[in-house]
Design a protein around this ligand. Structure first.
Ligand code: PLP
Length: 428
């Protein structure tokens, strides 16, 4: 495949955009080469500026769960746009999507819409701090909750790809209120509570981690966090930006039957438009302005185009009773195929998966936390990535990312992918 035009476009972009990209991991720094410039996308496929077709396993990092240019979403956005693109005033549409989201997700009474997953998580911890009157939060190494200051402490995703887990610009004052724990290590969390008695407002966690590859919670871990929070008067925040409306209609809370106190959403909830949201039961949500004292706002929050896209996406996921089952089956099929090919090639590997989130790690040992995720062989990953790209398959340009499976993928696409992995694996 040729990437001449993409390379030219990247060179032009670099002159006017830092690193040529508007979000760091897009720059291909950890795998080398230059990023691919997309021209358009439909269903399971991306079409780039050089005329190549790529099978997409990233899907805008999660949102396009039903495929690109999903018609009900596209049509809703077009129709809405004709009637005005932003008002900064309430619309009925906002209530409609809020009511649907609240009906789909367990244990939430009210939801507030924002413009990104970052905003959702940032607002969730402010609310938790305001509600509990405490300052500290616990986050887990390798979990990514967006780029707001409190979270850039051993964050996953692009932050780890670039080897700068603590970004300059995050003050010591902010950093001291973020306590770091090890994913899947309940004792570690208990020790932090012991050492910081009555100071911890909340634990924030990706209930299935997706920013250090995919790392599912160990049996009993989430339940253990729930109990520790209850015993200490702290809130449990599930960052469901990746898992929400993906792993089940009601997200990880439904899947694991664990009640979180605050839930953050992003990605799927916006159908591909910039949307985030956070939700909780009445008692907590009524702490937010204008009802309560915790301030949070947004000029474009609840934007009509974004709400129209999100509403169509949620309706589709709510109405199609089989969609999560199909996603599970397709991803399980892919996992089985990849396992066969990597085993045939005699490679050391670990595959982690939960529902339609899956990651391939080039290390034979179990990957259960940030440390074990960091043991993967990055050189092998780079070759794997570029080998697949040559075959017309696009996975995330970093070993620390999850693949997001879309329902638009056919079994033919999956077979093609598995066979390509077989070819590529032989040369690793
Ligand atoms: N939380 C999680 C779990 C994420 O994966 C991400 C982004 O990848 C975010 C929060 C931040 O969302 P956004 O990039 O929309 O700000």
């Amino acid at each position: 495949m040729l990437y001449q035009r993409s390379s030219q476009l990247f060179a032009e972009a670099e002159k006017v955009i830092p690193g040529g990209v508007n979000s760091p991991v897009r720059a291909f720094k950890s795998v080398g080469g230059t990023p691919i410039f997309v021209k358009e996308a439909k269903g399971a496929y991306l079409y780039d500026e050089d005329g190549n077709r790529l099978i997409d396993y990233i899907n805008s990092w999660g949102p396009m769960i039903l495929g690109h240019a999903y018609e009900p979403v596209v049509n809703a956005v077009i129709e809405k746009a004709k009637k005005g693109t932003s008002f900064g005033m309430p619309t009925q549409l906002e209530t409609e999507i809020a009511a649907l989201a609240v009906s789909m997700v367990p244990n939430i009474d009210k939801i507030r819409f924002v413009n990104s997953g970052t905003e959702a998580c940032m607002s969730a911890i402010r609310l938790a701090r305001g509600y509990t009157g405490r300052d500290k939060i616990i986050k887990f190494a390798g979990c990514y909750h967006g780029h707001s200051d409190s979270f850039l402490i051993q964050a996953g995703s692009g932050a780890v790809t670039f080897g700068s887990p603590n970004s300059p610009g995050v003050t010591q004052g902010t950093a001291k209120d973020t306590l770091l724990a090890t994913y899947n290590d309940l004792q570690n969390v208990k020790d932090l509570f012991e050492a910081n008695k009555d100071q911890i407002a909340a634990i924030i966690i990706e209930p299935v981690a997706g920013n250090m590859g995919c790392i599912p919670p160990a049996e009993g871990f989430l339940q253990g966090l729930r109990e520790v929070c209850d015993a200490n008067g702290s809130l449990l925040i599930f960052d469901e930006v990746m898992t929400g409306f993906r792993l089940a209609k009601g997200g990880a809370q439904e899947l694991f039957d664990i009640k979180a106190d605050i839930v953050a959403f992003g990605k799927v909830i916006g159908g591909g438009l910039p949307v985030g949201a956070f939700a909780a039961r009445n008692e907590i949500m009524n702490y937010l302005a204008p009802v309560g004292p915790v301030y949070q706002a947004g000029t474009l929050s609840g934007n009509p185009l974004a709400m129209a896209a999100g509403l169509e996406m949620l309706k589709a996921l709510n109405d199609d009773t089989d969609v999560f089952k199909r996603l599970e089956e397709k991803t399980a099929y892919l996992e089985k195929g990849i396992r066969e090919k990597l085993t045939e090639a005699g490679l050391d590997y670990t595959i982690n998966r939960r529902g339609s989130m899956i990651s391939v790690h080039f290390d034979a040992n179990p990957v259960t936390d940030f440390k074990t995720a960091s043991n993967g062989d990055n050189d092998t990953f780079k070759k794997f990535f570029h080998g697949l790209l040559k075959e017309g398959i696009y996975i995330a340009p970093s070993a620390y990312e999850t693949w997001f499976i879309t329902d638009a993928l056919s079994y033919e696409d999956l077979d093609f992918t598995i066979n390509s992995i077989g070819k590529v694996a032989k040369d690793l």
